[in-house]
Write a protein that binds this ligand. Structure first.
Ligand SMILES: Nc1ncnc2c1ncn2[C@@H]1O[C@H](COP(=O)(O)OP(=O)(O)OP(=O)(O)O)[C@@H](O)[C@H]1O
Ligand SMILES: [Mg+2]
Length: 227
């Protein structure tokens, strides 16, 4: 399996008339967002303008105000801290392919909050690449997602690399080293186990060797670029 092979397989999900949805799933920090971004960039480079769109599941994080009301803010990232039905409704609307423009919510990592209206999807978009944790979950709410995707791929990454990257990202976004490690091996790890249990349902498992080689390391905190 090669990255170019993944690009070909994703493009082939639609003949260019029907709108298709590709889902990418994986454990926290496995590289779903990075893989989706790189795939979209490679596909965009060989397609008409606006042909591919990246629509993350992350935008369906519930806002802190609602997590406080539900009392589960300390488990942010768990299956019940997202608006699963809202995500399924967005995928359905994208598949219906009738609205001139569909706005998807984004997720702002610095404030850890969803942002409505952040991602425009125009009618030109024939391939939607969506990615997130729970696309293959079989519970009552999340199970609506699977039938709305043409294929769902599982991004595999070896645990040491995944934890290193996850902890580094928590630190980059403001946690101190011990809080970052505690979150990655606590809340994130419980979610990782839930996600790993859905791996067998994926249409394709993208091997760790390939996932690890995609993307570039982010700059270290406080490092000023050399010019
Ligand atoms: N080649 C690379 N080398 C080092 N770090 C990388 C590389 N590619 C991506 N990363 C970093 O690894 C981290 C996790 O990647 P990414 O955000 O794509 O994973 P994710 O599966 O979307 O995570 P989440 O489940 O939290 O949304 C990010 O901080 C990203 O910048
Ligand atoms: Mg992500």
């Amino acid at each position: 399996m090669t990255f170019e092979g993944l690009v070909r397989r994703a493009r082939a999900l639609t003949d260019g008339s029907r709108r298709a949805v590709l889902g990418i799933v994986g454990e926290p920090g496995a590289g779903k967002t990075t893989l989706a971004e790189e795939l979209c960039a490679a596909i965009a480079a060989q397609s008409p303008p606006g042909w591919v769109a990246h629509v993350p599941m992350d935008g369906f994080h519930l806002a802190d105000v609602e997590l406080d009301r539900l009392g589960n803010r300390d488990r942010k990232g768990a299956p019940d801290t997202f608006d699963a039905l809202g995500y399924a409704a967005l995928l359905r609307r994208l598949r219906e392919d009738t609205d001139e423009i569909v706005y998807a919510p984004g997720f702002e990592r610095v404030i850890e909050q969803p942002i409505a209206g952040a991602i425009p999807v125009h009618r030109t978009a024939r391939l939607i690449v969506s990615e997130g944790n729970y696309l293959l979950l079989e519970d009552e709410r999340w199970s609506r997602v699977r039938p709305l995707c043409d294929e769902i791929w599982y991004a595999d990454l070896d645990r040491p690399t995944r934890l290193d990257r996850l902890i580094a990202r928590h630190i980059r976004f403001g946690k101190d080293a011990s809080a970052a490690t505690a979150w990655a091996t606590g809340t994130d790890e419980r979610n990782a186990e839930i996600i790993a249990a859905t791996r067998h349902r994926a249409d394709l498992v993208v091997p760790a060797s390939l996932v690890r080689a995609v993307g570039t390391p982010p700059p270290e905190p406080g490092r000023v670029a050399d010019f």
